[in-house]
Ligand binder design. Sequence first.
Ligand SMILES: Nc1ncnc2c1ncn2[C@@H]1O[C@H](COP(=O)(O)OP(=O)(O)OP(=O)(O)O)[C@@H](O)[C@H]1O
Length: 591
Amino acid sequence: MSATFAGSWRMLATAWRMHRGKTVTAIFFVVAGASAAPLLALVLGSMTDAVVAGNTRVVLLAGLLAGVLAFATVTFGHFAHLAYVELAEQAELDFDEQLITLSNGSVGIAHHEHAATSDTVTVLQREIRQFGRGLEALLNGLGLAIAVGITVVLLVRMHPLLLLLPLAAVPSLYLSRRAEYLVDKAKTDTAETTRTALHLFNLTTQLPSASELRVFGLADELRRRHAGHWSDVTARLFRADLRAVVLRTAGQVTFALAYVGSVLLLVRAAVDGRRGVGDVILVVVLAAQINQQVTATVTLLRDLQRMAALYGRMAQLRAAVRDADPGDLPAPDRLRHGIALQDVSFSYPGTGRTVLRDVTVTLPAGSTVAVVGENGAGKSTLVKLLCGLYRPSGGRILLDHEDLHRLRPDGWRERISVAFQDAVRYEFRTRHAVGIGDLDSGFADQPVRDALRLARADDVLRQLPDGLDTVLGKGGSGAELSGGQWQKVALARALARPAPLLLVLDEPTTAMDPEAELAMFEHYAEQASRVSQETGAITLLVSHRFSTVRTADLIIVVRDGRVVETGDHATLSAGSGPYAELVAINAWAYR
Ligand SMILES: Nc1ncnc2c1ncn2[C@@H]1O[C@H](COP(=O)(O)OP(=O)(O)OP(=O)(O)O)[C@@H](O)[C@H]1O
């Protein structure tokens, strides 16, 4: 219960933060509307007594007052609704932003790997949309508390035993809480299956997978799996809902019995002449209202508990993404020695498998380094560690003798640039899809054009109907690009950042032909070597193309998570180690 109160309090604080005037307006109308209902019962009772006594003046006055109270009961809720519905929308936006901030706010991306965190995010994405109902429940709860207070006072005046009537609501409330817990638990338990079903749904309805689905004839198979997962989720949620309904019904039956008892109590008193007809009317109306109040309380509590759970999940997420001791040193202006990996090992969170082990290698300042190895060797993982997206499970990464994790994370991120293997396709205007690589440039024409030129993407730009202002992608009037063209845009984005200390090109050019890749890389490396004289910048290339790799100052060969060889092309290819083997296979494949 204390979590529900804490959640309610936070919800009120959220509404207050969104808009004070609207919060006060909503509270006023809800409270006034709710108080009007029990007062209406009182006035109706008095009016009935006045009718029986033939007192026309009181009948008229009470009638007028009853009209005003009935108007307030019926309409004030709508006025309140106007105020809180907008508050709720603002709050939902605020939650969306918090969720985005939390998902992106940590130094690394390790929290995305934890199934529990992923499930929390899945449930939050859905529950955030319920904030409006939660806020409505909270405001109505306030009104209800006041209405119940007035009702209790009026009932006790009639007969002390009638005080038991609201108490009869307690089992109902308890059982409702239990029911809510069961439903909430079922949602958490089914979150993983829901996520899989959503993934399958996206696969079967979206463009990126459409071709493979047709070629492999996967549509029926994926539809079957999707249906299977959804049926499983639906069945489990239905079972939880069923148990919840049984519990809630049991609680309400208890109250219904108490209601009938109270009315009988007053009817007997009226028959004995101890009470007037007006009192019977008052109690009949009040008891009916209590019934509504209890039903409303049960629903309200359910919504409030759901909101409390939302705040709880938000706190869990905040704790999950909080980084242990993020560094606070500034990133260096230049690299003097380079980046040294010392006995680095790594396992992805939640897996017991070591994908990098005992990696000890130095990337000298000012050099061009190539990482080669078979699929799954650990090349991209190495890149992610260098970017600070994960912390090594063992060993250290030193930047000029300073541990990478002692640096302020955003400081280091400002000094690196990466074209990832699976680069994001930003369906933005071209100037934005490239310009976000260097937000400081303000998406101006020249830097974006320079980056596109550096990435050898001038041809892509030439065919865009509105030049830099062409929206990329399928959506609306967008221009869809080929896989290689998307890669060039991603590469331009990485190259847009001026003078990074570490530029990583993680197979960003697989869709380019080898000559184009080599020309791009040589052109870039030439420019980079000029800049790196001053800054000691390192260019790290992950590639399977030996024509490009051979130009690197240092080649690192990774196999099964270990660095098995380092050196330059001439030395390594002259030997008989893994690199020479790979070169021979490559030469044979391309002969
Ligand atoms: N997010 C992840 N969670 C768990 N394991 C992962 C994750 N990403 C990669 N791995 C595993 O780590 C190992 C190394 O993967 P990595 O992507 O670093 O290889 P790679 O050398 O870049 O391969 P490729 O040349 O195919 O891109 C693989 O066995 C892979 O299954």
